[in-house]
Design a protein around this ligand. Structure first.
Ligand code: PLP
Length: 424
């Protein structure tokens, strides 16, 4: 009997024993095309440059606490990220994963306003269909009703506005642009309702992942969001934990929207699964306020800036930038989209096929005209996950929330090295 406490307590899982490019291999030798282990494995499973970097680093120095020392890979990785980052992002705070990155972002926003003498700024506004992580602060920001439900009495009060979800929520007759402006303006209304001097940040995923299934915003939405944040002095936090690091065809997903945040969270693809690592990036304005104020960010974890994790991520980002993998993602993403539309576009239970780059979502419906979601009691997402695994495919089916109900969709996030034959 296993003593591991698995998340799905009643499932018998295969043992992951090997990796070969886009494939995971279990202990019985079965191969699985890895298109969705939560959008982590962007370089596949046996990248020689990353393996070498991890081996070299662990031989040199495994750990040095960041309260005492920095390390060469952490410094080099921060330089590389800032070199490619959008806007004025200038400092990188390394963490071990996505929830730590968003949690740190919320705390940084709060501390920034304390340092500049605006202690009344305490409210975070986020969006109803969103996921920002599972620690209590990050879960409070997220709007996924199912994930929040059990912990509701323990969550921090944060308010949620509509997401930009054109397929399900744009009324017929309204243009995409007008719809995007209208839902973005909900942010302004919420800031005014709370009192603009009390709002510290707005948090959103540029392409919504785990809650909606690869839903990008319509053109102009994030530009309007940026304008509203600037007008009211509210920090814009973008959560690119799932959609960032090349996944959408740009190294940073917000590049597509033509805006830059004040704080950016990344994880998953940053370490590409070779090491657990995430990061929170911020502008010099925010960093300087702390450096010139208290001189101490009142937040931290033991493993921040871990040398082996940053060495792995340095090699990952090196691979992405030197081989222009985001460019490849854009091309292969269009192929995945066309293949999905050709195979499933007319299926009576497929309502929408969408996404950006190698981040694709298939929304399942009862009726294509009404777009009504599937009955959650059918548990279709879970059945698809199981059936796909039996066929040698790892995808990421999920139950999302729509109009307060659960709806099913399938997320596909193949490695950036995927080939035509594998797409077929
Ligand atoms: N933010 C987003 C957008 C995510 O998709 C996730 C995880 O799926 C997280 C945050 C949390 O990341 P982690 O699971 O690494 O804590």
């Amino acid at each position: 009997m296993s003593h591991v406490f698995p998340r799905h307590t009643n499932s018998e899982l295969p043992i992951a024993a090997g990796g070969d490019g886009c494939y995971l291999i279990d202990a019985l030798g079965r191969r699985y095309l890895d298109c969705g282990d939560a959008a982590v494995s962007c370089l596949g499973h046996s990248n020689p440059a990353v393996i070498k970097a991890v081996q070299g680093q662990v031989e040199q120095i495994a750990f040095a606490h960041t309260g005492f020392m920095t390390s060469e890979p952490a410094e080099a990785l921060a330089d590389l990220l800032v070199e490619h980052a959008p806007g004025e992002l200038d400092r990188v705070y390394f963490v071990s994963g996505g929830s730590e990155a968003t949690e740190a972002a919320i705390k940084l926003a709060r501390q920034y306003f304390l340092e500049i003498g605006q202690p009344d700024r305490r409210h975070v506004i986020a969006r109803r269909q969103s996921y920002h992580g599972n620690t209590l602060g990050a879960l409070s920001a997220g709007g996924n009703a199912w994930r929040r439900a059990q912990f509701a009495p323990m969550l921090i009060e944060m308010t949620h506005i509509a997401p930009c979800y054109e397929y399900a929520e744009k009324p017929e007759g309204e243009s995409s642009f007008d719809y995007g402006q209208r839902v973005a303006n909900e942010l302004e209304a919420e800031i005014l309702r709370l009192g603009s001097e009390t709002v510290m940040a707005f948090m959103a995923e540029p392409v919504v992942g785990a809650t909606l299934g690869a839903v990008p915003a319509v053109e102009g939405y994030f530009k309007r969001i940026r304008e509203i944040c600037d007008q009211y002095g509210v920090l814009l936090i973008l959560d690119e934990v799932m959609c960032g690091m090349g996944r959408t065809g740009h190294l940073f997903a917000c590049d597509h929207d033509g805006i830059a945040p004040d704080i950016l969270c990344i994880a998953k693809g940053l370490g590409a699964g070779y090491q657990p690592i995430g990061a929170m990036m911020c502008t010099a304005k925010i960093f300087d306020a702390i450096r010139d104020g208290s001189g101490f960010f009142q937040h931290g974890h033991t493993y921040i800036g871990h040398p082996v994790a940053t060495a792995a991520a340095l090699a990952v980002v090196g691979e992405m930038t030197q081989r222009d993998l985001p460019g490849r993602v854009a091309i292969m993403g269009e192929k995945v989209q066309s293949a999905l539309v050709a195979a499933l576009g007319q299926h009576p239970n497929v309502g929408d096929i969408r996404g950006r780059g190698l981040f694709r979502g298939i929304e399942l419906v009862t009726d294509r005209d009404t777009k009504a979601p599937l009955d959650p009691a059918l548990g279709v997402a879970g059945k698809i996950k199981k059936a796909a695994l039996a066929e040698g495919l790892i995808c990421y089916p999920m139950s999302g929330t729509r109009d307060g109900r659960l709806g099913d969709h399938i997320l596909l996030a193949p490695p950036f090295i995927i080939e035509d034959a594998q797409i077929d």
